[in-house]
Each structure stands twice: as C-alpha cells, then as structure tokens.
Design a protein. Sequence first.
Length: 208
Amino acid sequence: MTTSYELKVILVGEGSVGKTTFAKSLVAGRLFSNTTTTIGLDIIKFKTTLNNKKFSIALWDTAGQESYRTFTKSYYRGSDAVLLFFDVSNKISFYRIIFWLGEISVHLDDAIIMLIGTKIDAENRQVTKEDVEVFIKSIPEIYPKIVEYIEISSYKMQNLHEVIENVCWYFDEYVKSNKTIPNLKNDKNDKIVYLHKEETKENKKCPC
C-alpha cells in the first residue's frame, strides 16, 4: 500500500519577490509570468512522489503587502512547512527576513522552514551567498531555525522542483518519524546547503 501525505506549505515574504511566479511556474512546468499581485490568499495544488510515497501539497500563496498581513496571519495555523522568500536583487527584501521569522515564531510552534533566494538570473544581484551565510549564523536563538537555503530562478526554471522535493524529504525523514529537525545554522559542518540541479542530495529522487 502506497503511503500518502497531505502537506500545507505557506509561502511568505515581501511583495514582488517571486512567490506567485514560483508556485504557478512549478505547477505549469514552465515560466508562468502572467501573474498579478496576490490579494490575501491563493491556494495552489501540486502533487508529486518521493521514494514511492505520494505527496499532495497545498501551496498557500500569501500576500506580502502590509495591508494584507493581518488577513493572512490566520493561515499560518496547521502549516507543515514555510517557504520564506527574498529577492537576491532586492536587499530590502533580504533585510525583512528577520521580520518574517518573527511572524512565523508567533503563529507556528513547529514547522519546516526553508529560505528561498529568488531571481538569481538577475544581473543586478545585491545579496551574495556569503551575505546569506553570515545572516543565518547571526540569527538569535529565539527565532525559528532555517533548515535549508536554496537559490532559484523561475525565469530559467532552476531548482523549483528541488524546493518541493526537499520539503517532502524533510517531512518524511523527520516530521513523520518524530525526529528533531536539524538546525542548519548550528550543524557540525557549519555550512549552508546550496542546491543546483546536478547537486541534489543522495537518495532524494523525485520523478517530478
């Protein structure tokens, strides 16, 4: 009998960092550039298989604009994972990561949290991988832990599936086994995981 999971995954971050483009491009299997500003909430469904286990994923695309934040707070409840987005070509969105970690800590007791750097195809990159590494190491212990950092390009369809694959892997490996999710910034190797298509983790094969 095939094991099946249903996951609620929240997408958070500042407005215009690429949350909606990521979700709709992932589902469409191609760049979905005809996106408008999300008003309140949009739920996008996606199905995949990992290690012979089926995952039905609801991507909750929440608005990043200040005027909608009160509306979206209730949607954190019951989330299995949070994808926290920032735009590597927009340093302000990077500085706001700590705000969103604070929001997560208020509304969720436990969840898989992954940091997603978008628009790595942009020519005017303002946030380097080294900037992210220094930031993650400096996050106070009172904030939720980030288990992984992945850089993506929706324009080039780079690493979109890897994001979901890793969410499923963490959920299956740790959450369903009642194991403690490792704290990325305090692991023994003191490193950040940067995924590329040719460098996905061993034994994480996903026929996406």
